[in-house]
Design a protein around this ligand. Sequence first.
Ligand code: CA
Ligand code: CA
Length: 145
Amino acid sequence: MSAYTLLSDPEQKAVEEAIGKAELRTSGEIRVHIESKCREQVLDHAAYVFTELEMEKTKDRNGVLIYLSADDRKFAIIGDVGINSKVPKDFWEATRDEMLKHFKKGDICEGLCAAIAISGEHLREYFPYESDDVDELPNEISFGK
Ligand code: CA
Ligand code: CA
């Protein structure tokens, strides 16, 4: 399956809107990256993509990447060092579980939107939204090969 066809156009829009909404709660920056296949260990690869997308360039190092491969249905959610230095070790677990619940039903869009909403909710505790907030990273989904 191509990364581009995993989500319909309206679904892609829904995901982007979910990111926009979540980023009104937190200064954290959330991105979604979709590829067709993940050829290595998913966490390693997500870390690679994080750097490729220059997601470490936020002021507070609070970027969050939700990585998903369409064919093998692997996914990972990772945060930058600014987040990892503040939050408990199991910080992403609830988000991951919620995402997985929807993915198991085949509902990718719901899973992504739910994960984005929960991430925003959790992040606000550590990185509240600031009135002079800048949208540091694009909310559009990024697609790999
Ligand atoms: Ca922002
Ligand atoms: Ca953004």
